[in-house]
Write a new protein. Sequence first.
Length: 170
Amino acid sequence: MSSISLEAAISSTPQPRIISMADRQSHQEDLICSFIAENSLPLSLAPKLVTLAQELSGDHKALDGLKLQRTSATCKLKEGVSEVFRKRLVRVMKQFPFSINIDESTLKSNKKRVLNVLVCYFSKEEGKSVTHLYASLEMTVVNTDTVYSAVMDKFKADEIPLTNISFCTI
């Protein structure tokens, strides 16, 4: 009788359910799609989020302890990542032709005037023309002379040859 109760105890113990790889991947796809929908992100980010997740999963210990608050993210973007991108862009501008698009806007919050300088060039890596923000310059007076001076001063500070400018729109 004791062997029957032992068999009953063993058979009543829940066994781990084996989940197929296809179901596991489908669940992960659902998580990514939910994240995109909840944060109103473009669907074009889906493949990039998958690549990011795959890269992050390579270091489980670091990922388990990872915490990134909004203020830390802002600081990293302003002080670190954006500076790296800017240096890469300046390197490209020194070597290859590019066009610039200058746009002036007024911030509603504090009425400051900002001059945005966008740079467009053909990226061999991406195989297409790309546009990046080169600089955002705060201006007190916006006219032809001040815009020209501000942009030229920025180019001079970054040692960008003016001969690489192929087109300019204001």
